[in-house]
Design a protein around this ligand. Structure first.
Ligand code: OSB
Ligand code: MG
Length: 375
């Protein structure tokens, strides 16, 4: 199923979130999103999304660095070159090319969707996904006060969400989680995500969260740390889940060897694409370590990839894969992603991503565009 891409079109769109989203490292109100259109010699098209943010507050990459990296280094390695299998792309992109994982992932993931499209199978099937529906959790940004968080958390459970994640930071943690737990009751699936807001010296404060029976605490310490997380895990009953720190299959293996955490939030973009994401999934499955699918406030395009990935068997914890209406007044895909009884349906019966892109809306939202072509 070899394919040769002849054009990759980059577009930047601006899309306001329905509600500002605040994490410990900054607030987002309006997204700047890089959308890719990949086209082969026969005119078969696949869409992809780069999840790099507006500012380097989650990882070092941004939409601007990703645009540059794709145009200068990623696309030239791919365009005009026959690709036998999507799984071959990572080694092509990693050779003598450090970092820029989100830029690489945008193209690598597009090639997976393109291969699925060409083969006439869903991306979920091509990846080996087995689920028809995936359980959905919500990620709630830092709220003005504990009462506001408790209200939002209760509303989320009432809407059917299967897991509630609350962003925390020093000063918006113990009281906030206490209020959420009180509002949801003792058995509701509740967790916290610190986005690297703490230091190991804060261990005693973090240990106070143990009494709330959280499913996990996500990425409490530095975004590239494994050693201190291992130390912290010894002092916490609550399982640590790593997000930012896991940037490759090797880092996932290091985490398991060091005991830096017990759960992994897999985001394909953070690890360079679906190939490495699936390899981390397989590694964790072999070691009985549960994983779940994270999110990066994606449009319906990026969301389609998350849904496909989360259909793999070891995604046993609800993912940050909310329906379109949680984020956008109107999404850029048709149909929009919806949730029923806390579950999102995997479009297994359709080739590729299982959604189409609203080209008129995309054109309306586009602020810059650049076509990269095979030499
Ligand atoms: O840490 O998981 C995170 C959004 C932006 C940056 C980092 C994170 C998040 C989320 C949002 O938690 C999850 C979603 O897309 O709903
Ligand atoms: Mg996170």
């Amino acid at each position: 199923m070899s394919a040769t891409l002849v054009r990759i079109t980059l577009r930047e769109i601006r899309l306001p979130l329905r509600e500002a989203f605040r994490i410990s490292s900054g607030q987002t109100t309006r997204r700047r999103i890089l959308i890719l259109e990949l086209e082969d010699i026969d005119g078969v098209v696949a869409w992809a999304e780069c999840t790099a943010a507006e500012r380097p507050n989650y990882s070092s990459e941004t939409i601007d660095t990703a645009w540059l990296a794709i145009a200068r280094w990623v696309a030239p390695r791919i365009l005009g070159r026959p690709i036998a299998e999507p799984a071959d792309v990572t080694s092509i992109l990693e050779r003598d090319f450090r970092g820029h994982k989100m830029a690489k992932a945008a193209v690598e993931m597009g090639i997976w969707a393109h291969a699925a499209e060409r083969a006439g199978v869903s991306l979920a099937s091509l990846l080996g996904g087995t689920r028809d529906k995936i359980a959905t959790g919500i990620s709630l940004g830092i709220q003005p006060d504990p009462t506001a968080l408790a209200k939002r958390a209760s509303a989320a459970l009432a809407e059917g969400y299967r897991r509630v994640k609350c962003k925390i930071e020093p000063g918006a943690d113990v009281d906030y989680i206490a209020a959420a737990r009180e509002a949801l009751g003792p058995d509701a699936p509740l967790m916290a995500d610190a986005n690297s807001a703490y230091r190991l010296e804060d261990g005693d404060r973090l240990a106070r969260l143990d009494e709330f029976g959280l499913m996990m605490i996500e990425q409490p310490l530095a975004s590239d740390d494994l050693v201190r997380h291992a130390e912290l895990q010894k002092r916490l009953r609550t399982p640590i889940c790593l997000d930012e720190s896991i940037t490759s299959v090797d880092r996932a293996e290091d985490m398991l060897v060091l005991g830096s955490g017990k759960i992994i939030n897999i985001k394909a973009a953070r690890v360079g694409g679906l190939g490495p994401a699936r390899a981390i999934h397989d590694l964790c499955a072999a070691r009985d370590v549960p994983v779940w699918c994270g999110g990066m406030l994606e449009t319906g395009i990026g969301r389609a990839y998350n849904v496909a990935l989360a259909s793999l068997p070891n995604f046993v914890i609800p993912g940050d894969v909310s329906p379109s209406a949680r984020y956008w007044e109107r999404d850029i895909v048709i149909p929009e992603w919806t949730m029923e009884d806390g579950m999102v349906t995997v479009p297994r019966g359709q080739p590729g991503l299982g959604i189409s892109v609203d080209r008129d809306r995309l054109a309306d939202l586009t602020v810059r565009e650049r076509a990269l072509c095979a030499p």
